[in-house]
Structures are given as C-alpha cells and as structure tokens.
Design a protein around this ligand. Structure first.
Ligand code: AMP
Length: 393
C-alpha cells in the first residue's frame, strides 16, 4: 500500500463489512473501523474507492434486511465524508456510479451475495466487478479462505495492479511473526468445543511450537483417550484415535503438550448448576467439566509466561457463563502480562476474540485477528486462495 500511488486510480476494494445490524443500526463496527486506513490512503493519494462486501447469508437472493445501505451511512461517520451507495454491485447502475466517481470519492456497492455467482466464483460475474475499477485491493482477511468471485477470481483481471490493503497486510505480518519466524519459545494455546474442528490446526502447530496448551471442551477427548474418566463432559468418541495420534505426534516432534490437570465440574450445562473442582481424569458420573481448574490455570499461566511468542485460539471453558469464565480470564491475563513483558501475542478465532474483548484486555494483546475461519485455515498450513490470488502476479 505504502509504495503504490493511487492518484487518478479507481480502486476496487474487497472489504469485510459483514457487521451485525439491529434494523438499520450497526451494533458492532469493529470490521468497518478496520478498513478505514486503507480507504483513507487511497483517497489521500487522490484516488477513488469502490468498496464491495458481503453481509450475512442472503443465499444469492436480494434481501432488504441484508442491504449494505445502512452500513454506507455508518461509514460516512467513520470516514468523515459522504459515501455513495448503489443498489447493485454489477450492471448498468453500478457501472454508471463507478464511471462518475471522482478522485477523493467513495462508493459502496450493494451486497455481493445478493448474486449467487459471488459464492460460486463465477467468471463472468468477476469480470463485471473488475470492469468497475483499474486496481484491485484485497482488504478482507475474514473471507480470504473463500475462492469467491470478489475475493479471489476477480484478481486475475488486474495483472500487475493488485495488492493487499493494510488490514490484510497486518494480519499476514502477525501470522508470519508467529508461524514463520517466531521468537522462541513459541506457545500455542488451543481451546474451544471440539477436537474435530481443530485437528489440522493441532497437527500443524505441533510441528512448529515448543509448547502446546490444550483446554476447553476438546481437552476431554484427549483425557479420555489417555484412559481418564470424564463423566458427562463433552467428548468426541469418534476422535479418540485422532487424539492419541496427536499426543504421539507431540512426543515425536518434541513439542511439550499440556492438558488440564483439574477442572471445574458442574452437574448441568447451566450457569446456576452446582459446581465443584476435581482432577480432570477423575470426573464423577453425572458431572461435566466446564472450565479449567486452579492447578491448570497455574500450570498454563507459567508456560505462557516463559514464552516469547504466544498464539491463542479457543476459550478454556464455557466463558459465556460467568461461573465458567475464570479459566479463560486467567489465560487472557497471563497472555496480556507476557505481552507487557515483551512477548508477542496473537489472539484469533471468534470466541477468543470475544473473550479478550469481554475482559477488556484486547489493548494488551499484540495483535487481535479479525479472521476466524481464515485464520484457522492459515493455522492449518493451508494456502488461502484470496491471498494466493494477489501474491501470484
Ligand atoms: P470453538 O468454536 O470450537 O472455538 O468453541 C467455542 C465454544 O466452546 C464456546 O462457546 C465455549 O462455550 C465452548 N466450550 C469451551 N469449553 C467447553 C467445555 N468444557 N464444555 C463445553 N463447551 C465448551
């Protein structure tokens, strides 16, 4: 971005304005604020910006409840300038609006997913989008793992004139600091509900990390695989072998794997359930582990504090319920403290980001990622099509 002069250019910019709406009000504008630096740079150079995004899942049909029109109004406040809006992203109206756009002006196109061709990665649709601008900017990290028309296919129409916006560049920079050239020791803290959704992440991270901490519901599949009694805790019986293979891989590759030693158990999946503490491998029948216990918090925090690079994806317990948030809070605090002491920390994945925000600790984390699914795929070691489409010429 810094090396490109947008003067006189019409930049077609894929952004992620998939913001939550309550009627016409934007209830969380984190994603909208994240694109402001890229738009401002284009305008400050003397270029114009044609913004395109999806919102929600309209499934290829026009759905007024998922119109981006209210988001255009919200953006005006963030950019402190008018944002034009056009009620389609291709066709005559879009072409005219784009053609009339002057340097310093911003245009937001209507929801891309009102057309089924967007998610199909349709060639003709991406060509119609491409015709609106003369340089392509991808600043939507959250959709970079999708080979959709606007995120990937469109890029081929801009040979030599495609680049990452500031948001995507900073996401890649942050992931690079963790996965490509981390300061060691490198620790990954992985939690959340299911092993099945994180198998590939764990496989990839085990080959790269010095320490791997596993918490959350997924820990119980590992504990059961090692012969523990897990009561009514969340377990994926069809992944016991996977868990064993991951434990073996950790041993072979020299990554130290830490599982919870104790757990906060409850007699129901409820904030008002009766609770107790017990060893993680000896949970009585009828009880379920819903958070990590104090001894695990101590061990995990000690691991985190001796590491120089820390990645966190997935909560340590059912943090949405106050009775089971302690573990995630303590881990977030340990990561924040380590960061204050000079470690580099990256937190990603919808739930862990929600947790650090809820705890008011986001400001103490080195980088809080915006891309849930995209980040997971990157952590799995996959090539993201939206990234490859810009990088490969
Ligand atoms: P994921 O989307 O896989 O990262 O999982 C996040 C969800 O896992 C959150 O909604 C948590 O409430 C849930 N979770 C974390 N720990 C547990 C647990 N011990 N038992 C059941 N659910 C859990």
């Amino acid at each position: 971005m810094d090396n490109f002069d947008f003067k006189g250019h019409k930049a077609l910019v894929r952004v992620d304005l998939n913001v939550p709406l309550d009627g016409e009000a934007v209830t969380d504008d984190t994603r909208a604020r994240a694109i402001v630096p890229t738009v401002q740079k284009i305008l400050a150079d003397g270029g114009s910006a044609i913004l395109m995004s999806h919102l929600g899942r309209p499934k290829g049909k026009v759905n007024p409840a998922m119109s981006l029109r209210p988001v255009a109004r919200h953006l005006e406040g963030l950019l402190n300038k008018p944002v034009q809006f056009v009620a389609d992203c291709i066709g005559e109206k879009a072409r005219t609006a784009a053609a009339n756009l002057k340097p310093g002006e911003v245009l937001l196109l209507e929801n891309l997913r009102f057309h089924p061709e967007e998610e199909q990665g349709d060639e003709a649709f991406s060509k119609a989008l491409a015709a609106l601008g003369d340089v392509y900017v991808n600043d939507a990290f959250g959709t970079a793992h999708r080979a959709h028309a606007s995120t990937t296919i469109v890029a081929k129409h801009f040979p030599g004139a495609k680049l990452f916006g500031y948001l995507v560049a900073s996401e890649l920079d942050s992931l690079g600091k963790v996965l490509t050239k981390p300061e060691r020791p490198l620790c990954a803290v992985v939690g959340g509900a299911k092993v099945s959704s994180k198998i590939e992440v764990l496989r990839n991270l085990i080959g790269k990390c010095d320490e791997v901490v596993i918490g959350g519901g997924m820990a119980f599949t590992f504990i059961k695989a090692r012969g523990g009694q897990v009561g009514n805790s969340l377990v994926e019986d069809d992944h016991l072998e996977t868990a064993k293979a991951i434990l073996a891989a950790a041993e072979n590759k020299g990554a130290r794997l830490h599982l919870p030693v104790d757990t906060v158990v409850a007699d129901a999946f409820s904030d008002s359930a009766n609770t107790d503490n017990c060893p993680a491998e000896a949970i009585p029948a009828g009880w379920m582990g819903l958070d990590i216990g104090p001894a695990s918090i101590k061990e995990f925090s000690d691991v985190i504090k001796r590491c120089k690079t820390i990645l966190w994806n997935g909560p340590m317990g059912v943090f949405e319920m106050p009775s089971f948030r302690n573990g995630s809070l303590a881990i977030a605090e340990a990561i924040a403290d380590a960061s204050t002491q000079g470690a580099y920390s990256l937190v990603g994945g919808g739930d862990s980001v929600a947790a650090v925000n809820q705890f008011g600790l986001a400001g103490k984390i080195s980088y809080v990622s915006t891309g849930g699914g995209a980040m997971l795929e990157y952590l799995e070691g996959r090539i993201l099509p939206g990234i490859a489409a810009v990088e490969n010429g």
